[in-house]
Design a protein around this ligand. Structure first.
Ligand code: PHB
Length: 394
C-alpha cells in the first residue's frame, strides 16, 4: 500500500467511525401476540407497523434509525408480557415500547414503564383505566367505552326496547357490558339478561341458546376480535337467533373487516359502533387500503388493528423526528399529549389530559359491496373522548 492509499484508507475508516458514533438508533420494543389462538389481532397490528416503516423509513432525519425488537406475549398472558417488558427494558435497553393487544398484559406492564420511564404506545388494549396506570402510557387505539356507550344510546333510539348482553369474562368485556347497559338504559331500553363467557376456549352455543329463549329485541356481544368473533357470529346463525329476528349489535371488534367474508351472510345487517372500517370514504383511507393491498395481497382488507399499528408507528416516528433520535421520556410524553394525525379512520388526537385517543365513532351496518361484506358507515359521532373518563372525571 502506498502512502496515498494508506491516507485514503485512514480517512475512510475515520469517516466510518464518525457515522457510527453520530448515528442515532432508537430501539423500540414491540410486545405483541404472534402465536396461539389469540394471535390474529397481533398479526394485523404487525402488518400496520411493517407498512408504516416501509413507507416512512426514508423520512427519518439523516443518521437516525428505528430498530424494532419484536417479542411474542402469546395471548392474554400478563406474566409473559411482564417478563418481556423487563427484558426489553433492562437487557435490550429499548427507549420506547409499543404494541399490546390484551388488557391484562397492558396492566402488568404499566408499573414497569413508570419505574423505568420508558414510554409505551398502546396499539390495541382497550380497557379505559390502562392509560391511568402510568404517566408514560399513551393510547392510539380505542376503549370499549368509545364504542359501546354510544352504541347503547343509539340502540335505545332505534326501536330496540329490550337487549341481552354477552361478553368475554375479563376486563374489556366488563367494560363493554357496563358501557352498553348505561347508554341503553339511560335511553329507556331494558336489559333482560347479561352473561359473561369464559375467555379461554369458549363454547358459545349454550349461552346463545339461553339468549334465544329470552327472545330480546337485540343481543349485544363483545368478544376479542379474531377467531372468537368469527366463531360467535357463526354460532349466532347456527343456534337460530338471526332467524328468530334477534338483532346482533356490538363494538367493531365483532365484525372486523378481515373476518367478514369468513363470517358469511349471517353477518349481514349486524350493527356495530367502531372507529375504523376499510370502507371508510376518505382519500386518506383509499390510499391506505391501496398501499395495504399492494403490500399484503389484493384480496386482503385492513381491519382496525392494522390502523392501530400503523398510527402508533406514525406517533413513534413523530416523536423520534422531533427529538432527532435522542429520546427523552418526559419530552416524548409532552410530544404525545395533543398529538394529531390524519388517520385512515379520520382525524385523531391524543387527549393532553388523559393521553387517550380522541376519534370519530361510526355507526355501521354490514352490507354486501361489490361482492364482499363490508362495514358501511352511515352515521358519525365526531371526536369522541373516552366516555368512561369523561363520566368519571372529578
Ligand atoms: C383487550 O384485551 O383489551 C382487547 C382485545 C381484543 C379486542 C379488544 C380489546 O378486540
Amino acid at each position: 500500500m502506498n502512502t496515498r492509499t494508506l491516507v485514503a484508507a485512514a480517512i475512510a475508516i475515520a469517516a466510518l467511525g464518525a457515522t457510527a458514533t453520530s448515528a442515532q438508533t432508537v430501539k423500540v420494543g414491540i410486545i405483541n401476540t404472534y402465536s396461539g389462538p389469540f394471535a390474529e389481532p397481533g398479526e394485523l397490528i404487525d402488518r400496520g407497523i411493517t407498512l408504516y416503516m416501509k413507507q416512512h423509513e426514508k423520512d427519518l432525519p439523516p443518521g437516525v434509525k428505528i430498530e424494532l425488537i419484536k417479542r411474542d406475549d402469546t395471548g392474554p398472558q400478563p406474566d409473559v408480557a411482564k417478563r418481556l417488558a423487563q427484558e426489553l427494558i433492562t437487557r435490550d435497553q429499548v427507549q420506547l415500547l409499543a404494541g399490546i393487544v390484551y388488557t391484562p398484559n397492558a396492566m402488568a406492564v404499566a408499573p414497569l414503564v413508570t419505574e423505568a420511564k420508558v414510554p409505551l404506545i398502546v396499539m390495541n388494549a382497550s380497557t379505559p383505566v390502562i392509560t391511568m396506570k402510568s404517566p408514560y402510557i399513551a393510547r392510539v387505539s380505542f376503549t370499549l367505552w368509545h364504542s359501546s356507550y354510544p352504541l347503547g344510546q343509539w340502540a335505545a333510539k332505534h326501536d330496540i326496547k329490550t337487549a341481552y348482553t354477552a361478553v368475554s369474562d375479563y376486563a374489556p368485556g366488563a367494560d363493554a357490558e357496563e358501557a352498553f347497559i348505561k347508554g341503553f338504559t339511560e335511553g329507556g331500553g331494558k336489559i333482560v339478561g347479561s352473561v359473561r363467557i369464559p375467555l379461554q376456549n369458549p363454547d358459545f352455543a349454550p349461552y346463545l341458546q339461553k339468549v334465544k329463549d329470552a327472545n330480546p329485541n337485540a343481543l349485544f356481544v363483545f368478544v376479542p376480535a379474531g377467531t372468537q368473533a368469527i366463531s360467535v357470529m357463526k354460532t349466532f346463525g347456527d343456534v337460530g337467533l338471526k332467524q328468530a329476528g334477534i338483532k346482533l349489535v356490538g363494538p367493531g371488534d365483532i365484525t372486523t373487516d378481515e373476518g367478514l367474508d369468513a363470517m358469511g351472510d349471517v353477518a349481514l345487517d349486524v350493527i356495530t359502533m367502531g372507529h375504523y372500517s376499510a370502507a371508510h370514504d376518505s382519500s386518506t383511507n383509499k390510499a391506505f387500503v391501496q398501499a395495504y393491498q399492494a403490500e399484503f395481497g389484493k384480496d386482503q382488507v385492513p381491519a382496525f388493528e392494522v390502523v392501530g399499528g400503523y398510527d402508533g408507528m406514525a406517533a413513534i416516528f413523530d416523536v423520534v423526528k422531533a427529538q432527532n433520535g435522542k429520546i427523552d421520556p418526559d419530552k416524548t410524553m409532552a410530544l404525545l399529549k395533543g398529538w394529531k394525525y390524519d388517520s385512515a379512520r379520520g382525524p385523531i388526537m391524543i387527549d393532553p389530559d388523559t393521553r387517550d385517543i380522541v376519534q370519530n365513532e361510526y355507526v355501521r351496518r354490514v352490507e354486501r359491496v361489490n361482492g364482499h361484506l363490508a362495514n358501511v358507515e352511515f352515521e358519525t359521532i365526531p371526536m369522541v373522548k373516552d366516555p368512561w373518563k369523561v363520566l368519571n372525571a372529578k
